[in-house]
Design a protein around this ligand. Structure first.
Ligand SMILES: NC(=O)c1ccc[n+]([C@@H]2O[C@H](COP(=O)([O-])OP(=O)(O)OC[C@H]3O[C@@H](n4cnc5c(N)ncnc54)[C@H](OP(=O)(O)O)[C@@H]3O)[C@@H](O)[C@H]2O)c1
Length: 278
């Protein structure tokens, strides 16, 4: 599929900080009209000033993925980056509370993304096509203890993205799934500790072992600006597959490459082809 629709406006969710902020700035630098959306537009003041000399424009709009009434996708948008996401303390499946932890994660990471996507599809279709980019996580590919809740929410997005790719191919809309590894942001910093799961005696030994391995990958942390460049590359790539999965850092890309040796991607592509992509 060609990337002919990738010159239009770009909407990024969760652009107040981290990967979302860097991605909005990167698109503005590349000349796109960029809509940096966030829960609190006051948090976008420094982003607006950083974007002043960019080749494109950048404006800040309020968008809370948990609040349907706040979600709107302008008629000129052709690329939507579903970046907004949350994490909780890393607990075992046994101890993660359904209301406090599981529902909190799924509300923003899954249902919030669905709300934005449902608003985006008619706009992209009216524009003759475009790109929906879902930021999931390379952690899906590694069954690491104490990340079950977060991984499950991201895996739900991965699964819905596959069906979505098959549904919207006919409208010229392609799906990009970016699976970040460790990117230097507030979210990564918040997890820079022994997992809270270890506060329960039964899981203390495993939490200690996890903390040791976690510290061994510190040299693979990637700046958000580098992640943003790779996200923008993936969204604007011409001749991209209908469902494109990439990392936005070397560690994640090597995990994605290894995982792609499995037949699952082939299965998705053959389903897309069976139902007739344009
Ligand atoms: N950093 C990593 O290592 C890493 C690895 C794998 C995947 N990811 C994924 O990458 C994405 C960005 O993560 P990050 O590291 O940049 O995280 P971050 O620094 O914690 O930033 C998260 C962003 O999401 C926003 N957000 C949270 N809830 C929202 C809501 N209900 N509506 C709108 N925006 C909301 C936050 O807004 P506020 O400022 O209002 O809180 C913030 O802008 C997430 O989907 C995350 O799961 C990150």
């Amino acid at each position: 599929m060609s990337g002919s629709h990738t010159q239009g406006a770009v909407l990024v969710t969760g652009a107040s900080r981290g990967i979302g902020r860097a991605t909005a700035l990167e698109f503005a630098r590349r000349g796109h009209a960029t809509i940096a959306t966030m829960r609190d537009p006051d948090a976008g003041a420094s982003l607006i000033s950083d974007a002043q000399n960019c080749a494109g424009t950048l404006r800040v709009e309020r968008l809370d993925v948990n609040d349907s009434a706040s979600i709107s996708v302008g008629s000129d948008v052709t690329i939507v980056v579903n970046n907004a996401g949350v994490e909780t303390e890393n607990l075992s499946v046994e101890h993660g509370d359904v209301d406090e932890h599981w529902k909190y994660l799924f509300e923003a990471n899954v249902f919030g993304l669905v709300r934005v996507t449902q608003r985006a599809i008619p706009v992209l279709r009216a524009n003759g096509g475009g790109v929906i980019c879902n930021i999931t996580s390379s952690s899906i590919l590694a069954p690491v203890p104490f990340l079950a809740m977060y991984r499950a929410s991201k895996a739900a997005v991965m699964a819905l993205g596959e069906s979505l790719a098959a549904e919207v191919a006919q409208f010229g809309i392609r799906i990009v799934e970016v699976m970040p590894g460790p990117i230097v942001t507030d979210m990564l910093a918040a997890s820079e500790r022994r997992a809270a799961a270890g506060d329960h005696e039964e899981y203390a030994r495993l939490a200690d072992a996890m903390w040791v391995t976690r510290q061994q990958i510190i040299d693979q942390y990637t700046p958000a600006e580098e992640a943003a460049r790779r996200i923008a590359d993936a969204c604007t790539q011409t001749e991209a597959p209908q469902l494109m999965r990439v990392g936005c850092d070397d560690m994640a890309q090597s995990m994605v490459d290894a995982w792609k040796q499995t037949p699952h991607d082939t299965m998705t592509q053959s389903i897309i082809e069976y139902y007739g992509a344009p």
